[in-house]
Each structure stands twice: as C-alpha cells, then as structure tokens.
Design a protein around this ligand. Sequence first.
Ligand code: NAG
Ligand code: NAG
Ligand code: NAG
Ligand code: NAG
Length: 461
Amino acid sequence: MKLSSALVGLACLISLGTAQFQPIGVPFKSPVTVAPGFAAKVAFSNLTSPRGIAVDSQQNFLVVERGLGVTAFTRVTTPSVGFQRTVVIKDPSLTHGIQVDGRALYVSNGTAVLAYDYDATTKSVSTLPSYPYVAVDGLPGDGELTTHTILLEKNSAGVNTAFLVGTGPLTNIDPTARDPKSGRSQIRRLAIPPIAPPVFPPPPLHWAQGQVIAYGIRNPAGFAYDVGLTVDPGSTRTLWAVENGASINNVTGLTDRFANDNPSDELLQIEYSTTVTTLAPKSYGFPDCTSLWNPDADPTGVPKYVGFPRGTQVSLNLDKQFDDAWCQNTANNQPPSLNFQAHSVPLDIKFYTGPDPAGAIAESFPSNLSGHAFVSFHGSFDRVPPTGYGVVHVPFPLSAPSTSATPYEFLVQAADLKSCPGTCIRPVGLTFGKDGRLYVTSDLSGELFVLERSSVILQPN
Ligand SMILES: *[C@@H]1O[C@H](CO)[C@@H](O)[C@H](O)[C@H]1NC(C)=O
Ligand SMILES: *[C@@H]1O[C@H](CO)[C@@H](O)[C@H](O)[C@H]1NC(C)=O
Ligand SMILES: *[C@@H]1O[C@H](CO)[C@@H](O)[C@H](O)[C@H]1NC(C)=O
Ligand SMILES: *[C@@H]1O[C@H](CO)[C@@H](O)[C@H](O)[C@H]1NC(C)=O
C-alpha cells in the first residue's frame, strides 16, 4: 500500500491491513501544560478507555483497552514518524492489570489473572484453546473497584517467583477490610512453586492461597519496586504503593467543605517477606484511619484538627475502640511516606532506571532523574476546583518530610482544570521505554501519550 505524502501528518487513522497508523503529535483533546525541559506528545487517539500499560522485549507498548482487550503500539517511521496500533487480544472483560515477561503476557479481569503465550515479534498470542490460561483464580470480583493491579516479583536471576495482586474495597468505606482474611483493600503475594527450569504457564494458583503482604490500603492501584535504593537483604523486599483515600463527606463530624480537601492520597512504603513467616503484614489504616491533607479546610465546621501537621493520622471514628490515639500507634497503622493532595487519585507509580545504554536518545529523561518516581494522577471527580489530571515527579530518595507542602511537581497537567473531567487527560498507566521516555495512558480522553525531554534544552546557549 502506497500512501501519498499528502496524507502524512493528517490527524486521522490510516488503516494498514490489521494495523492502524497515527502520526506522532496530533493535538491533545484538551490542551496540557508541560514542565520546562519536557514535551508531551500524543502517540494515539480514540482508544477504548486505555488503562494498564507494559512494554515487551521488542519495545512494543501493550495497553489494556478496557472493554476491548489488549493492543500493541509500535513506533514506526513510515509513512511518517508515528505509532502503529495492533489488536493483540479481544476480551472485553479485561480491566486494568498487565505485565509482560518474555513470552508470558499476564492480564487481569475482575476475578482472575490470565496468562497468554505471547510473541513480541508478531505482536500476537497463541490461539491454542488452552488460552487464556487462568494463572490466579478467585480474586474478589464484586465491590466498588474491580481493577486488579499485577506486579511480577523476580529473583536475582530474573526468574518470576510470585505474582503480587491488589484488590479494592467492597464499599467506599469498607469495615470488612479490617480483617486481612476479607481479601479486600490489600496486596497478596501468590508464590509460584519453584520448578527448575521454570515452566510456562506456571501451575494454577488461587487467591485464597495468597500471602497478605499489606492490608488496610483502600485502593492499591499502583505498586512498584524502587531502583536499587533499598537493598533487600535475604527475603525482605521493599515495595512502594499509591493509595486513594475514601470519600469522607458523610462521616459523622466532618463536612463537605472539610472533605473537599481531605484526606490525603498517599505514597506507602511496604516491606514484606518472601518466606511468609518472618514478617507479619502491616495495616495501612483503612477503613478506620486516614491522613489529613488540609487540617484547616473548615475551621468552623471541623475545628478539631486546626493547626495539625499535614499527614497527621486521625480516626474516622467508625468504631470507638479505633480512636486517634489508636491510629497514631504504628503497631496498628502505618502512616504514609508522602502525602498527595486530596482527590489527586494516584493510579500508577514507576521508577526511572536511567537511560538504557542501547536506547538513550536526546529525548530520554535526564540521567539525574534516575531512581526517581513518577506517579499518574487520574484526577478528582468530587472536588471544587478540580485537581490532579496529570503526571508528577516525586524526587527519590524521599528527603522532604511527609508534612512538606508539595514534595512533588507536575510534569504534565490539563491546562484548564476547571473544564475537567470534560475531555481532559486522565492519566492511568505509566511505563518507561528503553528510550527513556515515559508512556502514559489516559482513559477518559482515550489517548496514549509520550512524555520526553524537550529538545529545546539541548540547544547550545
Ligand atoms: C478521533 O475521533 C474523532 C471523532 O470520530 C475524529 O474527529 C478525530 O479525527 C479522531 N482523531 C484521530 C487522531 O484520528
Ligand atoms: C475472567 O476470565 C476468565 C477466563 O476467561 C473467565 O472464566 C471469568 O469469567 C472472567 N471474569 C470476569 C469477571 O469476566
Ligand atoms: C453521602 O450520602 C448521600 C445521601 O445518602 C449520598 O447521595 C452521597 O453519595 C454520599 N456521599 C458520599 C461521598 O458517600
Ligand atoms: C537535572 O539536570 C537538569 C539540567 O540538565 C537540571 O535543570 C535539573 O534541575 C536537574 N534535576 C534534578 C532533580 O537534579
């Protein structure tokens, strides 16, 4: 198929057999503001609620288009610089989670982690009737949030040793989540039995067998290992998770004005043991304890917290045995490592490993951001004025005290927050390519976009 050059640059989809093409940089549905030194470019538009994203060995970006399945995005230079989109899996039940590890492609729906046998060179999955293979069954599929984030735990040889799987609450404020056995609002580790050499697909696992590694996290939507900052001695591993606070408008003693600016969304540090017995899982407070973002949000309606430091752990007083003092005791409740503005709705966290020696280009994120964290903010649905709708940079290691004003900065954000949600970007999934660029899905606007170092700063002064 020959495309006339007149077509090049047109902001439309061009069908290339089974793949579609879109030139890089068509305008965002709604304008964005980008931090100095960075550029944001639309890679693909009109997607079906794009959520989780992962990158395969051939640098294809695999995206869960919720309601459709999984699609692959490949950077190409013909007919012009842009991306090719290929449908890899058609399955409208897929919600969010995605991980790829060689030929193993794992995705989640409301009740299971599914495995596909995937070929990165053809961007296709095996059509054998044994697929999709149910790798982990029995995830709680009811409740408010049935998106299950997946992360692969690996050993030092790079062998996948376990699935980490997250679950949300049954209700906005869910008393059943107090009990780690409820399976709600927690992260479980499903260990893959060690088989040498490893087999694919691994033996089937069931949620009920999972080791709870952290609970009382209302919605652990994103979690990741940091980049070598934390030495994991022996069997202890460190994980960072983002947490969305509950809507607290109807909690006794609180007001809408107070709830407009509380509670904090959170960044949590989790330590867990790969040998089950050596480290008991800790609670991060949900549903009883929460973090103050703006203690002075309603000094008349809610005077009791005025002057408290940001991040103070307080009780929602759902049950009088779990009061403020109980919440402030770390034997009961782990406080966050960092507070995000209330209603930001962080959904993913990724650490930058620095430019890949083989992939580094002028647009790669600067190497001094190596080891830093990047968090997607889906954005508020119930705050006036709206907040979030962007991607932030969280400097690592965390140096600012968790009480600091805003120990993070936006790299990209909807330019006109007042118009959001509207057609604003609503970032969900993040992944770095080997090229040191950050690839971001935005479900509401149906966009996949790329954040990169702006070439402007490379010009000699
Ligand atoms: C997305 O779809 C809209 C409505 O069909 C269309 O106007 C627009 O051109 C499409 N955008 C691209 C980049 O194809
Ligand atoms: C998840 O996928 C499995 C395998 O295809 C299927 O049996 C199950 O019903 C799906 N769950 C949901 C909630 O769609
Ligand atoms: C508070 O309660 C009202 C009335 O039952 C309900 O309409 C509203 O959705 C609730 N708000 C929250 C944030 O739960
Ligand atoms: C990284 O280096 C750039 C200059 O190349 C500088 O502008 C920026 O402030 C540095 N960032 C950090 C986090 O050190």
